[in-house]
Design a protein. Structure first.
Length: 72
């Protein structure tokens, strides 16, 4: 990932994810904290960073693509 994407994740995407209501996923999130060792937690956080950043970009691209469809 580029430095900008890392910055975007750390300063925009991650804070948004941290504020979300996780009550429907509380058990799964709790298991991630208790079942993974420190190395796996680091790797999990890196994978989360990658997929969350790319999902954000996908949303931008989808919105830009839909702009033409809305005009018609």
């Amino acid at each position: 990932m580029t430095d900008f994407m890392r910055w975007l994740y750390a300063n925009y995407i991650k804070p948004q994810l941290d504020q979300e209501d996780i009550s429907a996923y509380e058990t799964s999130v709790s298991l991630m904290d208790t079942c993974l060792d420190e190395n796996l937690k680091i790797q999990h956080n890196r994978v989360l960073e990658f997929y969350a950043s790319h999902a954000f970009l996908l949303g931008l691209r989808t919105g830009a693509g839909l702009k033409e469809a809305v005009r018609q």
